[in-house]
Design a protein around this ligand. Sequence first.
Ligand SMILES: NC(=O)c1ccc[n+]([C@@H]2O[C@H](COP(=O)([O-])OP(=O)(O)OC[C@H]3O[C@@H](n4cnc5c(N)ncnc54)[C@H](O)[C@@H]3O)[C@@H](O)[C@H]2O)c1
Length: 412
Amino acid sequence: MALTALTTVSIGSVCAQPWLGARPKASGIGFTCSKSFNVFSGLKAASSVGIEADTSFLGKEGNASLQASFVPKIKPKQVFLNQLHPRASSFKVAVLGAAGGIGQPLGLLIKMSPLVSALHLYDIANVKGVAADLSHCNSPAQVLDFTGQSELAKCLKGVDVVVIPAGVPRKPGMTRDDLFNINAGIVKTLIEAVADNCPDAFIHIISNPVNSTVPIAAEVLKQKGVYDPKKLFGVTTLDVVRANTFVAQKKNLKLVDVDVPVVGGHAGITILPLLSKTRPSTTFTDDEVEELTLRIQNAGTEVVEAKAGAGSATLSMAYAAARFVEASLHALDGDRDVYECSFVESDLTELPFFASRVKIGKKGIEAIVSSDLQGLTEYETKALEALKPELQASIEKGMAFVHKQAVNAESA
Ligand SMILES: NC(=O)c1ccc[n+]([C@@H]2O[C@H](COP(=O)([O-])OP(=O)(O)OC[C@H]3O[C@@H](n4cnc5c(N)ncnc54)[C@H](O)[C@@H]3O)[C@@H](O)[C@H]2O)c1
């Protein structure tokens, strides 16, 4: 499972899917955008949504009474959930840190996916109530709760995708690196359990600092002899979601059309939106590039400061994480056309881990998309070089954390 087993692909032309990110156009590499996924966000362009009332999240009766009492002339077309029936193939998803600010809305969004047969919610406390609450939603996934270390193994057995938002969030004045000391230990412990109980699962790491927690996870999995770089993902989808939103606002574009690849890492200057690769093709002044890049890099801080001590991004993060889960489930389901940005083991640059667009298939990452890094502007080239030392240091910090713990354990 060496990294070199991964291939890199070039995509000449990429089109955006509102929920699932960018997917390549037929030109050049033989993929097609024509097939739409059944998404559960309801955020598809109106033209591509043809959901009938009896498959909505309100159910047949709910919609019937709505129609009768409030909207007699309009047949509801676009609703939040498009299927109450489980798909022929469906998957088990575990959320670790499920009672938290991200975990709760993320659990709700995953519960709404027809691709999920079981949703396992784990936390060190307060998860029973979350599970009881979610279990009343009339969507197919069965919700089970697991509290504390003694129930972790049971939570993870047979799971296809593990999502990890466990840990502490940032407070004003803190950087993502300030979280390292607490979250590094949490991620290490959880990954040890993943290695022991569901080593073949896709692992989505949300806990910050992602630039270090993903290398921590990789080292733990290596020590356990079950590391598959194709299945370990740092979730950077929020950077893409933000970039798409801010660019659409700035350039007055239709939101669902916009796709901006974001590469590098997931903290400060390591977040590098490649505005020159925006689809649809868009021109930016130098001032716009500077302003948008800084806003995307500091968007997390924007939320931390607005919440004034009550945490960091939770709702937009849950939305982004759910998009990444849904993309992974479609890949596991055999869709051949799934592309997302993620912080993964990579040979695109000299750094061992790097965020870029990746092609995801049934067995994990099938290819790392190299074309986004070709033909960069001078601004992007300089920013790419500037981010490398910081990203390298964060990666090394994560690896060193695991090695130090191993040495301590041996000498204890
Ligand atoms: N990747 C991203 O883009 C992104 C964005 C926002 C936040 N985050 C990160 O996500 C993490 C969670 O943020 P939040 O706002 O949900 O925090 P939160 O404090 O609201 O929730 C964290 C949850 O983790 C649980 N937890 C703590 N230790 C645990 C353990 N050992 N095992 C299982 N669960 C444990 C807590 O009980 C809590 O319910 C933070 O590290 C935050 O920095 C990442």
